[in-house]
Design a binder for this molecule. Structure first.
Ligand SMILES: CC(C)(COP(=O)(O)OP(=O)(O)OC[C@H]1O[C@@H](n2cnc3c(N)ncnc32)[C@H](O)[C@@H]1OP(=O)(O)O)[C@@H](O)C(=O)NCCC(=O)NCCS
Length: 322
Protein backbone atom coordinates (compact mmCIF):
# COMPACT_ATOMS: atom_id res chain seq x y z
CA UNK A 1 0.00 0.00 0.00
CA UNK A 2 1.31 3.40 -0.99
CA UNK A 3 0.88 4.79 2.54
CA UNK A 4 3.52 2.39 3.84
CA UNK A 5 6.13 3.58 1.41
CA UNK A 6 8.98 5.58 2.87
CA UNK A 7 11.12 7.95 0.81
CA UNK A 8 14.52 8.80 2.24
CA UNK A 9 18.22 9.30 1.56
CA UNK A 10 20.13 6.12 0.65
CA UNK A 11 22.79 4.79 3.01
CA UNK A 12 25.71 2.42 2.61
CA UNK A 13 23.58 -0.35 4.18
CA UNK A 14 21.13 -0.13 1.24
CA UNK A 15 23.81 -1.03 -1.30
CA UNK A 16 22.99 -4.71 -1.77
CA UNK A 17 19.24 -4.13 -1.96
CA UNK A 18 19.60 -1.27 -4.42
CA UNK A 19 21.94 -3.23 -6.68
CA UNK A 20 19.41 -6.07 -6.57
CA UNK A 21 16.55 -3.93 -7.95
CA UNK A 22 17.41 -4.83 -11.52
CA UNK A 23 20.20 -7.14 -12.56
CA UNK A 24 20.25 -6.36 -16.26
CA UNK A 25 19.88 -2.60 -16.35
CA UNK A 26 21.57 -0.84 -19.31
CA UNK A 27 22.16 -4.27 -20.94
CA UNK A 28 24.72 -5.37 -18.37
CA UNK A 29 26.57 -2.03 -18.45
CA UNK A 30 25.34 -0.64 -15.14
CA UNK A 31 27.86 1.73 -13.53
CA UNK A 32 26.10 1.90 -10.15
CA UNK A 33 27.92 -1.10 -8.57
CA UNK A 34 31.23 0.70 -9.06
CA UNK A 35 29.94 4.17 -8.20
CA UNK A 36 27.66 3.37 -5.27
CA UNK A 37 30.15 4.14 -2.49
CA UNK A 38 30.86 7.52 -4.10
CA UNK A 39 27.14 8.26 -4.14
CA UNK A 40 27.10 7.81 -0.37
CA UNK A 41 30.43 9.40 0.57
CA UNK A 42 30.98 12.09 -2.09
CA UNK A 43 29.46 15.37 -0.87
CA UNK A 44 28.48 16.21 -4.48
CA UNK A 45 26.16 13.22 -4.75
CA UNK A 46 22.94 12.23 -2.99
CA UNK A 47 21.10 8.94 -3.33
CA UNK A 48 17.38 8.41 -2.69
CA UNK A 49 15.39 5.24 -2.01
CA UNK A 50 11.79 4.19 -1.76
CA UNK A 51 11.31 1.46 0.81
CA UNK A 52 8.25 -0.58 1.76
CA UNK A 53 8.30 -2.82 4.82
CA UNK A 54 12.10 -3.08 4.73
CA UNK A 55 12.22 -3.79 0.98
CA UNK A 56 13.86 -1.33 -1.38
CA UNK A 57 11.60 -0.67 -4.39
CA UNK A 58 13.26 2.23 -6.16
CA UNK A 59 16.38 4.36 -6.32
CA UNK A 60 18.09 7.20 -8.14
CA UNK A 61 20.82 9.65 -7.30
CA UNK A 62 21.71 13.21 -8.12
CA UNK A 63 25.13 14.55 -8.99
CA UNK A 64 25.53 18.18 -7.90
CA UNK A 65 27.74 19.90 -10.48
CA UNK A 66 28.63 23.34 -11.91
CA UNK A 67 29.84 24.76 -8.61
CA UNK A 68 26.66 23.46 -6.89
CA UNK A 69 24.31 25.24 -9.33
CA UNK A 70 22.99 22.18 -11.20
CA UNK A 71 21.60 18.85 -10.11
CA UNK A 72 21.83 16.00 -12.61
CA UNK A 73 19.55 13.01 -12.11
CA UNK A 74 21.16 9.60 -12.68
CA UNK A 75 20.82 5.83 -12.47
CA UNK A 76 17.02 5.74 -11.87
CA UNK A 77 15.46 2.32 -11.37
CA UNK A 78 12.29 0.82 -9.88
CA UNK A 79 11.58 -2.89 -9.30
CA UNK A 80 9.83 -4.16 -12.43
CA UNK A 81 6.91 -5.50 -10.31
CA UNK A 82 6.29 -1.97 -8.96
CA UNK A 83 6.78 0.20 -12.06
CA UNK A 84 4.02 2.58 -13.16
CA UNK A 85 2.84 3.23 -9.57
CA UNK A 86 4.44 6.67 -9.22
CA UNK A 87 7.45 5.55 -7.18
CA UNK A 88 9.97 7.30 -9.42
CA UNK A 89 7.86 10.46 -9.51
CA UNK A 90 7.61 10.48 -5.70
CA UNK A 91 11.35 9.92 -5.39
CA UNK A 92 11.96 12.94 -7.63
CA UNK A 93 9.59 15.07 -5.53
CA UNK A 94 11.38 13.96 -2.36
CA UNK A 95 14.73 14.85 -3.93
CA UNK A 96 13.53 18.34 -4.92
CA UNK A 97 12.49 19.04 -1.31
CA UNK A 98 15.76 17.62 0.00
CA UNK A 99 17.85 19.67 -2.43
CA UNK A 100 16.02 22.87 -1.44
CA UNK A 101 18.61 23.04 1.35
CA UNK A 102 21.34 23.59 -1.25
CA UNK A 103 21.50 27.38 -1.50
CA UNK A 104 23.13 27.68 -4.93
CA UNK A 105 21.04 25.19 -6.95
CA UNK A 106 19.36 26.88 -9.94
CA UNK A 107 19.10 24.20 -12.64
CA UNK A 108 18.25 20.52 -13.09
CA UNK A 109 19.42 18.33 -15.99
CA UNK A 110 18.57 14.87 -17.25
CA UNK A 111 19.70 12.66 -20.11
CA UNK A 112 16.97 10.72 -21.88
CA UNK A 113 17.62 7.83 -24.21
CA UNK A 114 16.00 8.50 -27.61
CA UNK A 115 13.89 5.35 -27.25
CA UNK A 116 12.26 6.78 -24.07
CA UNK A 117 11.71 10.30 -25.42
CA UNK A 118 8.08 9.80 -26.47
CA UNK A 119 7.22 8.14 -23.17
CA UNK A 120 8.49 11.07 -21.15
CA UNK A 121 7.45 13.93 -23.43
CA UNK A 122 4.46 14.96 -21.27
CA UNK A 123 6.61 14.89 -18.17
CA UNK A 124 9.28 17.06 -19.84
CA UNK A 125 6.66 19.59 -20.99
CA UNK A 126 4.94 19.72 -17.62
CA UNK A 127 8.24 20.20 -15.80
CA UNK A 128 9.38 22.93 -18.24
CA UNK A 129 12.50 21.10 -19.36
CA UNK A 130 14.13 22.54 -22.49
CA UNK A 131 16.14 20.52 -24.95
CA UNK A 132 19.84 21.32 -24.60
CA UNK A 133 21.71 18.79 -26.75
CA UNK A 134 21.35 15.71 -28.89
CA UNK A 135 24.26 13.32 -29.08
CA UNK A 136 24.81 10.03 -30.80
CA UNK A 137 25.81 6.94 -28.90
CA UNK A 138 27.63 4.13 -30.72
CA UNK A 139 28.32 0.91 -28.88
CA UNK A 140 31.38 -1.11 -29.91
CA UNK A 141 32.11 -4.50 -28.38
CA UNK A 142 35.46 -6.24 -28.64
CA UNK A 143 37.98 -8.45 -26.95
CA UNK A 144 41.13 -6.47 -26.26
CA UNK A 145 43.21 -9.65 -26.87
CA UNK A 146 42.08 -9.53 -30.53
CA UNK A 147 43.02 -5.88 -31.04
CA UNK A 148 46.25 -5.42 -33.03
CA UNK A 149 48.91 -2.91 -32.05
CA UNK A 150 49.00 -0.27 -34.78
CA UNK A 151 51.32 2.67 -35.17
CA UNK A 152 50.47 6.35 -35.10
CA UNK A 153 49.14 7.72 -38.40
CA UNK A 154 50.01 11.43 -38.41
CA UNK A 155 53.43 12.44 -37.16
CA UNK A 156 52.73 16.13 -37.69
CA UNK A 157 50.21 16.21 -34.85
CA UNK A 158 51.07 16.87 -31.23
CA UNK A 159 49.15 14.40 -29.15
CA UNK A 160 49.11 14.52 -25.41
CA UNK A 161 47.25 13.32 -22.39
CA UNK A 162 45.24 16.28 -21.10
CA UNK A 163 46.01 17.05 -17.47
CA UNK A 164 44.05 19.32 -15.12
CA UNK A 165 46.34 22.25 -15.90
CA UNK A 166 46.10 21.85 -19.65
CA UNK A 167 42.33 21.48 -19.40
CA UNK A 168 42.16 24.66 -17.30
CA UNK A 169 44.00 26.48 -20.12
CA UNK A 170 41.61 25.03 -22.70
CA UNK A 171 38.57 26.15 -20.68
CA UNK A 172 40.00 29.62 -20.05
CA UNK A 173 40.67 30.14 -23.74
CA UNK A 174 37.48 31.21 -25.52
CA UNK A 175 38.56 29.89 -28.93
CA UNK A 176 39.26 26.37 -27.71
CA UNK A 177 36.29 26.34 -25.31
CA UNK A 178 33.79 27.43 -27.95
CA UNK A 179 35.24 25.06 -30.54
CA UNK A 180 35.11 21.97 -28.31
CA UNK A 181 31.89 22.78 -26.45
CA UNK A 182 29.68 24.81 -28.83
CA UNK A 183 26.54 24.07 -26.75
CA UNK A 184 28.35 25.09 -23.54
CA UNK A 185 28.12 21.47 -22.40
CA UNK A 186 30.86 19.00 -21.54
CA UNK A 187 28.99 15.69 -21.54
CA UNK A 188 30.70 12.79 -19.89
CA UNK A 189 28.89 9.49 -20.30
CA UNK A 190 25.63 11.45 -20.79
CA UNK A 191 26.15 13.68 -17.76
CA UNK A 192 26.13 17.34 -18.78
CA UNK A 193 28.59 19.72 -17.13
CA UNK A 194 29.31 23.38 -17.84
CA UNK A 195 32.79 23.96 -19.26
CA UNK A 196 34.01 25.69 -16.09
CA UNK A 197 36.99 25.23 -13.81
CA UNK A 198 34.82 24.16 -10.85
CA UNK A 199 34.03 20.94 -12.77
CA UNK A 200 37.66 19.99 -13.47
CA UNK A 201 37.58 17.37 -10.69
CA UNK A 202 34.81 15.57 -12.58
CA UNK A 203 36.75 15.77 -15.86
CA UNK A 204 40.20 14.66 -14.69
CA UNK A 205 40.26 11.92 -12.06
CA UNK A 206 41.12 8.26 -11.49
CA UNK A 207 38.19 7.14 -13.68
CA UNK A 208 39.02 9.27 -16.73
CA UNK A 209 41.74 9.54 -19.37
CA UNK A 210 41.75 12.45 -21.82
CA UNK A 211 43.66 12.75 -25.06
CA UNK A 212 44.03 15.91 -27.15
CA UNK A 213 45.54 16.48 -30.58
CA UNK A 214 46.99 19.91 -31.21
CA UNK A 215 48.23 21.59 -34.38
CA UNK A 216 51.14 23.35 -32.71
CA UNK A 217 53.05 24.60 -29.70
CA UNK A 218 52.81 28.20 -28.45
CA UNK A 219 56.24 29.08 -29.88
CA UNK A 220 58.02 27.67 -32.92
CA UNK A 221 60.01 25.19 -30.87
CA UNK A 222 58.65 21.86 -29.74
CA UNK A 223 58.22 21.99 -25.98
CA UNK A 224 56.55 20.03 -23.25
CA UNK A 225 52.85 19.68 -22.49
CA UNK A 226 52.63 23.13 -20.89
CA UNK A 227 53.78 24.68 -24.19
CA UNK A 228 50.93 23.24 -26.28
CA UNK A 229 48.80 25.99 -27.74
CA UNK A 230 45.20 25.40 -26.47
CA UNK A 231 43.82 27.47 -29.38
CA UNK A 232 45.07 24.85 -31.81
CA UNK A 233 43.30 21.86 -30.29
CA UNK A 234 41.70 19.80 -33.07
CA UNK A 235 40.09 16.91 -31.24
CA UNK A 236 39.61 15.90 -27.62
CA UNK A 237 38.55 12.40 -26.58
CA UNK A 238 37.54 11.91 -22.97
CA UNK A 239 37.40 8.34 -21.71
CA UNK A 240 35.52 7.47 -18.53
CA UNK A 241 35.61 3.87 -17.40
CA UNK A 242 34.27 1.35 -14.92
CA UNK A 243 33.97 -2.40 -14.66
CA UNK A 244 30.57 -4.02 -15.09
CA UNK A 245 29.04 -7.42 -15.78
CA UNK A 246 30.05 -7.16 -19.45
CA UNK A 247 33.73 -6.51 -18.61
CA UNK A 248 35.36 -3.11 -18.92
CA UNK A 249 33.04 -0.28 -19.98
CA UNK A 250 35.19 2.34 -21.67
CA UNK A 251 33.07 5.37 -22.57
CA UNK A 252 34.56 7.76 -25.07
CA UNK A 253 33.16 11.27 -25.48
CA UNK A 254 34.37 13.07 -28.59
CA UNK A 255 34.71 16.87 -28.76
CA UNK A 256 35.71 18.86 -31.83
CA UNK A 257 35.23 17.84 -35.45
CA UNK A 258 38.65 16.74 -36.71
CA UNK A 259 37.73 13.07 -36.84
CA UNK A 260 40.76 12.38 -39.03
CA UNK A 261 42.74 12.49 -35.75
CA UNK A 262 40.61 9.79 -34.15
CA UNK A 263 42.86 6.93 -35.30
CA UNK A 264 45.76 8.40 -33.35
CA UNK A 265 43.56 9.01 -30.32
CA UNK A 266 42.44 5.38 -30.44
CA UNK A 267 46.10 4.34 -30.45
CA UNK A 268 46.44 5.85 -26.95
CA UNK A 269 43.06 4.64 -25.75
CA UNK A 270 43.77 1.05 -26.82
CA UNK A 271 47.07 1.20 -24.88
CA UNK A 272 45.18 2.46 -21.85
CA UNK A 273 42.53 -0.27 -22.18
CA UNK A 274 45.30 -2.89 -22.26
CA UNK A 275 46.42 -1.74 -18.81
CA UNK A 276 42.91 -2.29 -17.42
CA UNK A 277 41.33 -5.24 -19.23
CA UNK A 278 42.39 -8.57 -20.59
CA UNK A 279 39.24 -9.64 -22.41
CA UNK A 280 35.78 -8.13 -22.99
CA UNK A 281 35.38 -4.40 -23.51
CA UNK A 282 32.32 -2.38 -24.48
CA UNK A 283 33.06 1.10 -25.64
CA UNK A 284 30.20 3.57 -25.74
CA UNK A 285 31.34 6.31 -28.08
CA UNK A 286 29.42 9.58 -27.79
CA UNK A 287 29.67 12.01 -30.66
CA UNK A 288 28.14 15.36 -31.56
CA UNK A 289 24.89 14.91 -33.46
CA UNK A 290 26.32 16.25 -36.73
CA UNK A 291 29.32 13.89 -36.82
CA UNK A 292 29.16 11.22 -39.54
CA UNK A 293 28.99 7.69 -38.16
CA UNK A 294 31.33 6.47 -40.92
CA UNK A 295 34.03 8.92 -39.79
CA UNK A 296 34.07 7.27 -36.37
CA UNK A 297 33.54 3.72 -37.51
CA UNK A 298 36.42 3.54 -39.98
CA UNK A 299 38.97 4.11 -37.22
CA UNK A 300 37.54 1.25 -35.18
CA UNK A 301 37.62 -0.94 -38.30
CA UNK A 302 41.40 -0.51 -38.43
CA UNK A 303 41.45 -2.34 -35.11
CA UNK A 304 39.30 -5.16 -36.48
CA UNK A 305 36.20 -3.86 -34.69
CA UNK A 306 33.54 -4.07 -37.35
CA UNK A 307 30.09 -2.66 -38.00
CA UNK A 308 28.41 -5.99 -37.24
CA UNK A 309 29.37 -5.54 -33.61
CA UNK A 310 28.06 -2.02 -33.41
CA UNK A 311 24.80 -0.52 -32.27
CA UNK A 312 23.62 3.09 -32.25
CA UNK A 313 21.05 5.36 -30.61
CA UNK A 314 20.43 9.02 -29.84
CA UNK A 315 20.53 10.54 -26.38
CA UNK A 316 19.04 13.90 -25.46
CA UNK A 317 19.99 16.24 -22.69
CA UNK A 318 17.27 18.41 -21.14
CA UNK A 319 17.70 21.23 -18.64
CA UNK A 320 15.34 23.38 -16.61
CA UNK A 321 15.52 26.33 -14.31
CA UNK A 322 14.38 25.36 -10.83
C1 LIG B 1 12.21 4.65 -15.59
C2 LIG B 1 11.66 4.07 -14.28
C3 LIG B 1 12.68 4.37 -13.18
C4 LIG B 1 10.34 4.76 -13.96
O1 LIG B 1 9.89 4.31 -12.70
P1 LIG B 1 8.32 4.19 -12.30
O2 LIG B 1 8.19 4.16 -10.83
O3 LIG B 1 7.72 3.11 -13.08
O4 LIG B 1 7.78 5.58 -12.84
P2 LIG B 1 6.50 6.41 -12.33
O5 LIG B 1 5.33 5.49 -12.21
O6 LIG B 1 6.84 7.23 -11.16
O7 LIG B 1 6.32 7.35 -13.58
C5 LIG B 1 7.44 8.00 -14.10
C6 LIG B 1 7.12 9.39 -14.39
O8 LIG B 1 8.36 10.03 -14.51
C7 LIG B 1 8.57 10.41 -15.85
N1 LIG B 1 9.97 10.17 -16.19
C8 LIG B 1 10.93 11.07 -16.06
N2 LIG B 1 12.08 10.61 -16.51
C9 LIG B 1 11.88 9.36 -16.94
C10 LIG B 1 12.73 8.37 -17.52
N3 LIG B 1 14.02 8.56 -17.73
N4 LIG B 1 12.16 7.20 -17.86
C11 LIG B 1 10.85 6.98 -17.65
N5 LIG B 1 10.03 7.88 -17.08
C12 LIG B 1 10.53 9.06 -16.74
C13 LIG B 1 7.54 9.63 -16.67
O9 LIG B 1 7.20 10.36 -17.81
C14 LIG B 1 6.39 9.50 -15.70
O10 LIG B 1 5.65 10.70 -15.64
P3 LIG B 1 4.18 10.80 -16.36
O11 LIG B 1 3.36 9.71 -15.77
O12 LIG B 1 3.73 12.16 -16.00
O13 LIG B 1 4.46 10.62 -17.81
C15 LIG B 1 11.40 2.54 -14.38
O14 LIG B 1 10.56 2.32 -15.46
C16 LIG B 1 12.67 1.71 -14.56
O15 LIG B 1 13.26 1.26 -13.58
N6 LIG B 1 13.07 1.46 -15.83
C17 LIG B 1 14.27 0.70 -16.13
C18 LIG B 1 15.50 1.52 -15.86
C19 LIG B 1 15.60 2.75 -16.75
O16 LIG B 1 15.32 2.73 -17.93
N7 LIG B 1 16.02 3.88 -16.16
C20 LIG B 1 16.17 5.13 -16.89
C21 LIG B 1 15.92 6.27 -15.98
S1 LIG B 1 17.47 7.06 -15.60
Amino acid sequence: MTSERIYRRATIDDKENILGISDNIYNGRDYLPELYDDVIYNKDMRGYVCEERGKVLGFFFVHIVDDSETIVRRAGRVKSSHQGQGIFKNLMEYMIKDCASLPKVKYASIAIDGTHREKVSNYLKRENYRHAQTMNFHLFKFNIQDVPTLSLENNALHISEITSNLLKDILKNQTSRDYLFPDNIVRIHSVPFKPIEANIKSFVNKRTYIIGSFAKYKGDEEGDISDLDPCTIRLMTLASFYTCKGGLAYQLDIFGNRTEDLGDHLYYHMQKIKTMANSHVTSGVMTPNDMELGDVEKHFKNYGISRKQLSFWETHIFTKTM
